[in-house]
Design a protein around this ligand. Structure first.
Ligand SMILES: Cc1cc2nc3c(=O)[nH]c(=O)nc-3n(C[C@H](O)[C@H](O)[C@H](O)COP(=O)(O)OP(=O)(O)OC[C@H]3O[C@@H](n4cnc5c(N)ncnc54)[C@H](O)[C@@H]3O)c2cc1C
Length: 550
């Protein structure tokens, strides 16, 4: 059993137990640690291995929510977007976004009906509606917004910049949101910052909520298979789309979630990369649903779908791949994109509140935290974190922390609003005196922000060499992550510490090479290393539509 779990066995009392290490559970963990509260967070898998890793990777105000008249939500999201641009500048970067527009007046009637709280299925959005929306969006971002205001371009000017755009456009509108390059790493940094801020804050990956009785919660160490008991005053259920299942496991049935699955594909297609002109393309599909695509590290990320599901482990199906490919053809009809260009796919389930909305897109993306009081043989209250966006995790965490502090009778001692996160502290700063070439230092800065100092120092301490199968990483850089970043399984490294998985860069030789480097420093026996390789092969085949070959 891991030493942290042995310590827990000896000291099972904890004020707050957070179940679920997605962005919302981790955000709350960080918030409570800043207030000096003893808090334990557990996740059945790796940190941010659930919905939080399957997002479109944009930090945004939610232009589309204006159609549902959710002005407060858009205002809050824009404020949090602006904060993340400031507090996590190493990962959150401005992203110009261009909307191709095909009509002048469409969507006005539906827009007015929605504003009057008379929900109507959205269809095409014309220039006037988009102009109104973007003007409001700029206003809600506030006068101090770090982003430029939106601008329109008529057809000729728009096609001069992006000649491959659908020639049927009348004009385009360009506005600014932001992208997050490493959401999974930002989650890990929030965990590490929280533990550094409070000696009584502990987060453990691969520990599953098993059951509960009276005041005791039973947790299972997914590594050793052993159980461990804790006695919390309050339980926070931050298990996203698994919320109702987790409440059921505690013995307090709930029906909070009405999830929708969303899939993305990653496309290797240099012509398409060039066609975007560096902007995110915000495309309204024939069914009225919005598709987004933009470039991450030389590949195009396209998504997402929005399909009701009861399965929190849903995967991307063939129909969704076709749908996303077809959306791209509508935006850039002259560019041939097909399945042979798809190098990766992934799917996540939005933990949305149960709803009777006409379409999934009309379900509010706002958050709430209903509380189940003690009862049914359970002595502690359960706060369930329902809905929300990655972008607004801090606002949700702050609100839940304040409610918990009131119950504990403890004061708020610090606000997280202006605290830089992880490698955002001191960014931009290039490591000094490493002897590494400038290009390599810039790559490290991109990956770790100001934390590149520590990585570069480790790399320098012993002879190092680029990986034989991926020149972008060196052996000691991978070792650093394995030793310092809570890597339990090989897929933690491939999927969440690096972009190797999502960019479709993994092949069998690289997988074996990574396994050899990791197993040497984590002291994995041969059999365990072979099992880890097989685990990744199966994961890629079953979940990401990739057959790993040489
Ligand atoms: C397709 C898609 C695109 C999106 N795009 C964006 C976007 O671009 N921008 C944005 O702001 N938002 C976006 N979102 C929304 C955002 O990703 C989610 O709102 C957010 O990630 C939810 O986080 P969470 O922490 O609540 O849930 P999760 O990230 O799912 O975390 C729940 C965790 O609980 C753990 N867990 C489950 N059961 C147990 C158990 N029994 N014991 C222990 N642990 C358990 C899971 O392993 C998981 O890690 C998108 C969502 C989807 C699906």
């Amino acid at each position: 059993m891991r030493p942290e779990l042995v310590a827990l066995r000896n000291h099972p009392d904890v004020s707050i137990l957070i179940i679920g290490g997605g962005i919302n559970g981790i955000g709350l963990f960080n918030e409570l640690a800043l207030q000096g509260i003893d808090v334990l967070l557990v996740d059945k898998s790796d940190f941010s291995a659930g919905t939080s890793a399957t997002m479109t990777r944009i930090i945004h105000g939610g232009l589309r929510y204006l159609e549902n008249a959710e002005l407060r939500l858009v205002h809050e999201s824009l404020r949090e977007r602006n904060r993340l641009l400031k507090n996590a500048p190493h990962y959150v970067k401005p992203l110009p976004t261009t909307i191709p527009i095909f009509t002048w007046m469409s969507g006005m009637v539906a827009g007015i009906r929605n504003l009057l709280n008379w929900p109507t299925k959205p269809g095409d959005r014309g220039a006037l509606l988009i102009k109104t929306g973007l003007t409001l969006y700029d206003l809600l971002a506030g006068r101090k917004s770090p982003m430029p205001r939106h601008r329109f371009r008529f057809r000729k000017a728009a096609l001069a910049i992006r000649p491959a755009l659908n020639p049927d456009i009348l004009c385009t509108a360009t506005y600014y949101d932001s992208k997050i390059t490493y959401p999974e790493r930002l989650c890990l940094e929030l965990v590490q910052d929280a533990e550094a801020a409070c000696s009584q804050a502990h987060a453990l990956n691969y520990v599953r909520l098993q059951s509960a009785k009276g005041g005791v919660v039973v947790l299972r160490d997914e590594v050793s298979g052993e159980n461990c008991e804790v006695r919390p005053k309050i339980v926070v259920n931050a298990t996203g789309p698994w919320i109702d299942g987790a409440n059921q496991a505690i013995g307090r049935a709930s029906e909070f979630i009405g999830g929708t699955k969303g899939s993305h594909i990653v496309i290797d297609h240099p012509e398409l990369v060039a066609a975007t002109g560096g902007d995110m393309i915000y495309f309204v599909n024939r069914d009225g649903r919005i598709c987004l695509f933009y470039v991450i590290d030389g590949k195009v990320l396209a998504g997402s779908t929005d399909i009701p599901t009861d399965d929190p482990d849903a995967t991307c199906d063939e129909g969704e791949v076709d749908y996303l490919l077809q959306s791209m053809k509508q935006a850039f009809p002259s560019i041939k994109v097909d399945r042979s260009h798809v190098v990766f796919r992934f799917c996540g389930v939005r933990p949305l509140p149960r709803s009777n909305a006409l379409t999934p897109g009309q379900i509010s993306r706002d958050h709430s935290f209903p509380v189940l009081p003690p009862g049914n043989g359970i002595n502690f209250p359960i706060y369930s974190l329902v809905g929300g966006k990655w972008t607004t995790y801090r606002a949700l965490s702050e609100q839940v922390a304040d409610a918990i502090l009131r119950v504990l009778g403890r004061p708020r001692v610090r606000s997280s609003a202006d605290i830089p996160i992880g490698g955002g502290k001191g960014y931009p700063r290039l490591p000094q005196g490493t002897g590494l070439p400038q290009e390599r230092l810039l790559a490290l800065q991109e990956r770790y922000g100001a934390g590149a100092d520590r990585v570069a120092a480790y790399m320098k301490a012993s002879p190092d060499a680029p990986l034989a199968n991926h020149a972008g990483y060196s052996r000691r850089e991978i070792e650093f992550m394995a030793l310092n970043e809570r890597v339990v399984h090989l897929d933690d490294l491939i999927m969440r510490r690096t972009l190797i998985g999502i960019l479709g860069e993994l092949n069998l030789p690289l997988l074996k090479e990574l396994a050899a480097v990791v197993s040497r420093v984590l002291l994995w026996p041969e059999q365990k290393t072979a099992a880890e390789i097989e685990r990744v092969v199966q994961l890629f085949r079953k979940v990401h539509g990739v057959i790993l070959t040489a």
